[in-house]
Write a protein that binds this ligand. Structure first.
Ligand SMILES: Nc1ncnc2c1ncn2[C@@H]1O[C@H](COP(=O)(O)OP(=O)(O)OP(=O)(O)O)[C@@H](O)[C@H]1O
Ligand SMILES: [Mg+2]
Length: 330
């Protein structure tokens, strides 16, 4: 079993380069029996309910599943925007699930997230250069010139012209903004990028370009991906392995090609049908296909039913997305 103290001591105060050789043979990320809850007016709601999977070094794993099944909650727990109630998130040998912030900080740079809506996640008042340089400042690169040079390299790396450096998010297209989001995420040289529907808001041709970029980056740098998607077409493009979630649990897993060739779970079959529907390539969620395939999604008490009744809102109109484990249990 890994000793957190030893690993944290090994990373704190270092330059944060990938780590601890003792664990180098294992997977980059191992998620074990992870549970994440939200405090709701009805009590704690398990949005992630005992999930297990691994992401190999330099590999890619896709997480798919119907709307509301817990994908974003899982992603937010992996980058510790949410603190899990129980389970382990073992990053390169260190269980980060319950690490206090002080000990988590040196590891944060190693897992970065790219969000679905780059517009919402990029400060519209900052230039692209400032946006991309900010994580460098946080990581302790105190030399402004050095930060600016690295930001320029990253902007170039994601395929934007140098003229982009002085422009602000509203002056970019959706695909360009997503490239800036990716450049920002790469700034701290992470080992793992968690992409939560990073391409689903994009037009299909732009989506393909961003997927190409992600593939190139992986070939060049060995970065690993955890890619959340609704669309099995995207999964096929980017990921060798896939897990399928439903109502907070993993219901199917395997090599992408095998799962797509003969999906076992009704939800996976429905997703597969949806992925053959060209409208879903643009990010339309295959709710109709799924509810037809899954009778229990109609059960009023199932999280799936709650989610489809209210696809964008939480199950109840709750205050901040604070997991109950962080003291908001009511
Ligand atoms: N802050 C919150 N408080 C309470 N419940 C929440 C909160 N955020 C999400 N939920 C609920 O947790 C469940 C999982 O939500 P999550 O956003 O993780 O789903 P998702 O799989 O990412 O869905 P989508 O595909 O629509 O993005 C849903 O039932 C949702 O209503
Ligand atoms: Mg989501």
């Amino acid at each position: 079993m890994t000793d957190n103290t030893a690993v944290a001591d090994g990373t704190e105060g270092s330059d944060g380069t990938a780590a601890d050789s003792a664990s180098a043979a294992g997977p980059l990320l191992s998620v074990e029996d992870l549970v994440v809850e939200y405090a709701t007016a009805q009590g704690p709601f398990k949005a992630v309910d005992g999930v297990d999977f691994q992401v190999p070094r330099g590999g890619s794993l896709a997480v798919v599943g119907e709307s509301g099944c817990g994908k974003s909650t899982l992603a937010r727990a992996l980058v510790r925007l949410l603190k899990p109630v129980s389970g382990r998130i073992v990053l390169d040998g260190t269980d980060i699930a319950a690490l206090p912030e002080r000990r988590l900080r040196p590891l944060r740079r190693r897992v970065q997230m790219v969000f679905q809506d780059p517009y919402g996640s990029l400060d519209p008042h900052l230039t692209a250069q400032q946006i991309v340089a900010e994580p460098l400042r946080v990581a302790g690169v105190s030399d402004r010139v050095q930060r600016a040079r690295r930001a320029a390299e990253l902007i170039d790396r994601v395929g934007l012209p140098s003229s982009a450096l002085e422009r602000r998010p509203p002056e970019f297209s959706g695909g360009q903004r997503q490239r800036i989001g990716i450049a920002r995420a790469l700034a701290s040289r992470p080992d793992l990028l968690v992409c939560d529907e990073a391409t689903s808001a994009l037009d299909v041709s732009v989506q393909a370009q961003v997927l190409d970029l992600l593939r190139e980056l992986q070939a060049d740098t060995g970065i690993a991906y955890l890619v959340i998607a609704h669309n099995l077409g995207v999964v096929r493009e980017i990921s060798t392995d896939v897990v399928v979630m439903r109502a907070g649990r993993v219901v199917e897993r395997g090599a992408t090609a095998a799962v797509l060739a003969s999906p076992a779970d009704p939800y996976t079959r429905a997703l597969r049908r949806a992925s053959l529907d060209p409208t879903t390539i643009r990010g339309v969620k295959p709710r109709a296909v799924l509810s037809a395939a899954a009778p229990d999604a109609a059960s009023p008490s199932s999280p799936a039913a709650v989610a489809s009744a209210s696809p964008t809102a939480p199950a109840t109109p709750l205050a901040p997305a604070t997991p109950s484990s962080e003291g908001n249990r009511s």
